[in-house]
Design a protein around this ligand. Structure first.
Ligand SMILES: [Zn+2]
Length: 315
């Protein structure tokens, strides 16, 4: 081990360690290949993660007990392989980390496992700021889209691109790899759904508003505005649909309930929710079909039609 590496390690260790007190090894944390969940990191995300993972402690399993913390990353590097292409057609890149662990009795079996190649699969937990549809570029959380992961559109496999990582929580050794090519697992645990919950979290903050107001970051404000925009578009669609329903119901009222004034029909329709309007319309259609074919078939002028409908109500 060179002096530079030892200097890096000592930036993170509590007490200065000398070369024979530490054991160092390399792990591949993640790459830009599409994984089993139909997700992949963007190459830019790997570069951001390279910075975020520096100094992060790795654990030997998924428990967060301090006693399980066995190694710490002291350096990272994004490696690119110009001759290798991913399934998305990009140059294959991966995030490699150098980690150290103190050589002591407690770590002896851990070090032995690494040397024997038993502990080589690594899982990472991180937060993706944005998740993008590979087909249309829509933000999966903000707007969503109709494309399905794993399907092919115009010859291209639809997958989710994880961009702009905001935090790296942990890395750990695990038993089964999820990314077969790299032998690396990317486990997206609850913590990682921050992107997904962020709108709920932002709205929660409004509930807890104080006299000082509500504090939002620039990114959160942008996210909220985009959310309101998409809700506005949905509301426009809803209003248009509702207006169609009301128009149709009023037409049917004139036929099925001729004795009901237009004003009263208007008032009734105003009070009904969309579901009730649909039910009301269906009932009016049924009613109208009882009177309509009769007058249509006979096509009688007003007075005669009245006579017929009057006779219907006799007996
Ligand atoms: Zn899409």
């Amino acid at each position: 081990m060179c002096h530079d590496e030892l200097a890096l390690i000592n930036m993170y260790s509590k007490k200065a360690l000398c070369a024979d007190e530490v054991y160092t090894f390399s792990v591949v944390l993640c790459d830009n290949e599409i994984d089993r969940d139909g997700e992949r990191f963007s190459t830019q995300a790997l570069k951001t993660l390279a910075e975020l993972f520096k100094g992060k402690t790795g654990i030997s399993d998924h428990s967060m007990k301090a006693s399980d913390q066995v190694a710490r990353i002291y350096d990272t590097e994004v490696e690119t392989f110009p001759d290798m292409k991913t399934r998305a057609g990009e140059v294959y890149s991966r995030l490699k980390a150098k980690a150290y662990t103190p050589r002591n009795e407690g770590n002896a079996s851990f070090i032995a496992d690494i040397e024997a190649g038993i502990k080589k699969e690594v899982s990472v937990g991180c937060a993706a700021g944005r998740k993008i549809c590979s087909v249309c570029g829509a933000d999966v959380h903000l707007t969503g889209c109709a494309h399905k992961n794993g399907r092919t559109y115009s010859g291209k496999l639809c997958h989710t691109i994880l961009c702009d990582p905001t935090d790296a929580y942990e890395w750990s050794f695990v038993a089964v790899p999820a990314q077969p090519a790299a032998g690396v697992i990317k486990s997206f645990t609850k913590k990682e759904n921050r992107g997904e919950n962020s709108m709920q979290e932002i709205l929660k903050r409004f509930e807890g508003a104080t006299d000082e107001g509500v504090l939002l970051s620039k990114a959160e404000a942008a996210r909220l505005l985009a959310h309101l925009d998409s809700l506005g578009a949905l509301a426009d669609d809803g209003i248009e649909y509702r207006n169609e329903l009301v128009k149709n119901a009023l037409c049917l009222c004139a036929t099925a309930l001729p004795s009901l004034s237009r004003e009263s029909a208007d008032e009734i329709c105003k009070k009904l929710r969309v579901g009730e309007l649909r039910e009301f319309t269906a009932a009016l259609e049924k009613e109208a079909s009882r009177t309509l074919p009769c007058s249509a078939q006979l096509a009688l002028p007003g007075s005669a039609a009245k006579t017929i409908s009057n006779t219907e109500f006799k007996i």
